[in-house]
Ligand binder design. Structure first.
Ligand code: F6P
Length: 550
C-alpha cells in the first residue's frame, strides 16, 4: 500500500490527546441550548448534502473546534490514504489478503478498477446483465418450473450478508416490487424458518435462490438441502432441481457439488465482503422483485455517494463526518451504542442490516498489527422504526443514564403509491420525527416544568435534561436510488471509523470459533456422542438438553 503516515499508538497521537483536552474543557457536556444561543447560524451551517440526502448535524455535542480536531485525527490516522487505497483495489483487508472493492460493484460501465492488473468492471457488468436477463425471465413468466408452470414464488436461502441485505432492500423497496410474485427470505437453521416460508407455497411454482459467498455455510447448505427434499418429494423427480434452484456464489465447485448447474450460478468475487454484497449478484432476489432498471437506479445511488466520499473535501464529506462523530462519542464521551431510527415502515430491517455491516466490521479488539487496542472500537448498533420505538425504549434515551447518539432517517413524501388517507398520515409520522429530535436535544428545564403548574415533587420526574445528540437524515422519498445512497453512506462511515481505529474492518474471524464448536457439539446432541474436551458447564447443559427432550 502506498505511503500512509507512520504508525503510532492511536491514543498517544497529539491529535488524540488534543481531543481529550478539548473534551476536558467542555465537560460535563456542551449544552445544546447554549451552543445554539451562541451561534444563531448553527442550524444552517451544520448541515450537509450528498445526493438526495439532507443531513443535519446541528444537534450534536460538538463545536467548530471539535470538528476541526476530529478532522485532524482523520488526517493523522491516514483515513484518506486508506480510502484511496481501497478505491484503487489495493489489498487493504490484510488478514485475508484481499482487496475491498464493493465500490466496483456500482462503478459505471466503462470505468476502470483494477485488481492485480485486471479491470474488474467488465466482469461486474457481465454478471449484472446475466442477472437482468434471468430476472426478466422470472418476471415475465418465461422461466418455468419442472412441470412447465411459471414461477410465482422466489425463496432466497442465505444468512448474514447473503440474507440481510436483500431482505432489507426487498422490504425497503416493496412499493417498487412486482406484487404478483411472492418473495421470502430464509436464513435461520431453525427448521421453522424454512417451514413457515414454504408451507403455503406450491413447489411447482417455487424457485430457490441459494445465496452463499463461500457455499460452505452450514445453515445455508442445510436449509438448501431441506428445500431440495421438499421440492423433489413433491415433484417426484431429482431432475426438477435444475429448474427450481439457482445459486449465487464465488465457489463454482461447491455449487456443482450441491447439484446446481453452474450455468445457473451468478458469480461474484472474493473482493466483495459478505456484508458489502447485496449490490452484487447476492441481490438477485431483489432484482427479480424490483426489476433490472430499478436495481440499476439503486446502484447509481450507491455510486453517487462513493464519488462523494472519494472526492468531497473533508469539511463537507458526510460519511467522514458521521464516522468522526461516532469516534467522538465512543472514544471521548463514553457512548457504548448507536441507535438507528428510521421513520419509514419500509426501512424496518435497516437497523438489523446495519448491525452486521457495522458490528461485524468494527467489532474488533486488535489493531492491524495484531496489538490489543487501548481504545473503544465499534458501537452496539440497534434500532427499530421510530414511532414504534417511541412507545418502547425512547424513555431510556430521553431520561435514562446512558448517552445514546441516534440517527433519525425520514422522508419528505410517503413512499410512492401510498395516497389518500394513508398517505396523509405521513405528516403525523414526520411530526413525531421532528418532535423527538427537538425533545432529545433541548429537553425541558425544571423551570419550564414549574411554569406549567406541576407540583414540586413531580418536577424532577417531568424534567428532561436534553443534550442527547442526533443526526437527522432527510430525503425526498424512499426510492431505489435513495436506498443505495443511504447504504453507501453507512458503508463509508464504518470504513472511516475502522481506519481511525486502525483495525481491519473487512475480516470477521470472531464468528469462526462458534461455528467450529457447533460442529463439535452437534453429535453430542443428536447421537449422545462423547465430545472430548467439552467444558463442564456445556457438558452439563448438553446432558440436560437430552434429558429434558426425552
Ligand atoms: O457470519 C459470518 C459470515 O461469514 C458473514 O460474514 C457472511 O455474510 C455470512 O457468514 C454468510 O456467508 P456466506 O455468504 O459465505 O454463506
Amino acid at each position: 500500500m502506498s505511503e500512509s503516515p507512520a504508525p503510532a499508538v492511536l491514543t498517544l497521537r497529539p491529535e488524540w490527546t488534543a481531543l481529550e483536552d478539548h473534551r476536558a474543557d467542555a465537560l460535563p457536556r456542551p449544552s445544546l441550548r447554549r451552543l445554539f444561543a451562541e451561534d444563531p447560524g448553527r442550524a444552517e451551517r451544520y448541515t450537509a448534502r450528498v445526493g438526495d440526502l439532507y443531513v443535519d448535524y446541528s444537534k450534536h455535542l460538538v463545536t467548530d473546534e471539535t470538528l476541526a480536531l476530529l478532522r485532524e485525527l482523520a488526517v493523522a490516522t491516514g483515513v484518506f490514504e486508506l480510502r484511496d487505497a481501497m478505491f484503487r483495489g489495493e489489498r487493504i483487508n490484510t488478514t485475508e489478503d484481499r482487496a475491498v472493492l464493493h465500490t466496483a460493484l456500482r462503478a459505471p460501465r466503462g470505468a476502470v478498477v483494477e485488481v492485480d492488473g485486471e479491470n474488474v468492471v467488465p466482469g461486474v457488468h457481465a454478471v449484472l446483465d446475466r442477472m437482468a436477463a434471468f430476472a426478466q425471465r422470472v418476471r415475465s413468466g418465461e422461466w418455468t418450473g419442472h412441470t412447465g408452470r411459471r414461477v410465482r414464488n422466489v425463496v432466497n436461502i442465505g444468512i448474514g450478508g447473503s440474507d440481510l441485505g436483500p431482505a432489507m432492500a426487498y422490504e425497503a423497496l416493496r412499493a417498487y416490487g412486482d406484487r404478483s410474485l411472492v418473495f421470502r427470505f430464509v436464513s435461520n437453521v431453525d427448521g421453522a424458518d424454512l417451514y413457515e416460508a414454504t408451507r403455503d407455497l406450491d413447489p411447482a411454482e417455487t424457485l430457490f435462490i441459494v445465496a452463499s459467498k463461500t457455499f460452505t455455510t452450514v445453515e445455508t447448505l442445510t436449509n438448501a438441502a431441506s428445500a431440495r427434499d421438499w421440492l423433489v418429494d413433491a415433484l417426484g423427480d431429482e431432475a426438477a432441481v435444475a429448474r427450481h434452484f439457482v445459486a449465487v456464489s464465488t465457489n463454482a465447485e461447491k455449487v456443482a457439488a450441491f447439484g446446481i448447474d453452474t450455468a445457473n450460478m451468478f458469480e461474484f468475487w472474493d473482493w466483495v465482503g459478505g456484508r458489502y454484497s447485496f449490490d452484487s449478484a447476492i441481490g438477485l432476489s431483489l432484482m427479480a422483485a424490483i426489476g433490472p432498471d430499478r436495481f440499476r437506479e439503486m446502484l447509481d445511488g450507491f455510486h453517487l455517494v462513493d464519488e462523494h466520499f472519494r472526492t468531497a473535501p473533508a469539511e463537507s464529506n458526510v460519511p467522514l463526518l458521521m464516522g468522526l462523530l461516532g469516534v467522538w462519542y465512543g472514544d471521548f464521551l463514553g457512548a457504548q451504542s448507536h441507535a438507528v431510527l428510521p421513520y419509514s415502515h419500509y426501512l424496518s430491517r435497516f437497523p438489523a442490516y446495519l448491525q452486521q455491516l457495522d458490528m461485524e466490521s468494527n467489532g474488533k479488539s486488535v489493531d492491524r498489527d495484531g496489538q490489543e487496542v487501548g481504545w473503544q472500537t465499534g458501537p452496539v448498533v440497534w434500532g427499530t422504526p421510530g414511532t414504534n420505538g417511541q412507545h418502547a425504549y425512547y424513555q431510556l434515551i430521553h431520561q435514562g443514564t446512558k448517552l445514546i447518539p441516534a440517527d433519525f432517517i425520514g422522508f419528505a413524501r410517503p413512499v410512492r403509491g401510498l395516497g389518500g388517507r394513508l398517505g396523509a398520515q405521513h405528516d403525523l409520522l414526520m411530526a413525531n420525527f421532528f418532535a423527538q429530535t427537538q425533545a432529545l436535544a433541548f429537553g425541558k428545564t425544571p423551570d419550564e416544568v414549574r411554569e406549567e403548574g406541576v407540583p414540586e415533587e413531580l418536577v424532577p420526574h417531568k424534567s428532561f435534561r436534553g443534550d442527547h445528540p442526533t443526526t437527522t437524515i432527510l430525503a425526498p422519498e424512499l426510492t431505489p436510488s435513495v436506498l443505495g445512497q443511504l447504504v453507501a453512506l453507512y458503508e463509508h462511515k464504518v470504513f472511516v471509523q475502522g481506519a481511525v481505529w486502525n483495525i481491519d474492518s473487512f475480516d470477521q474471524w470472531g464468528v469462526e470459533l462458534g461455528k467450529i464448536l457447533a460442529r463439535r457439539v452437534e453429535p453430542a446432541l443428536s447421537k449422545g456422542a462423547h465430545v472430548p474436551g467439552l467444558d463442564p458447564s456445556t457438558a452439563a447443559l448438553v446432558a440436560a438438553y437430552r434429558d429434558i427432550g426425552k
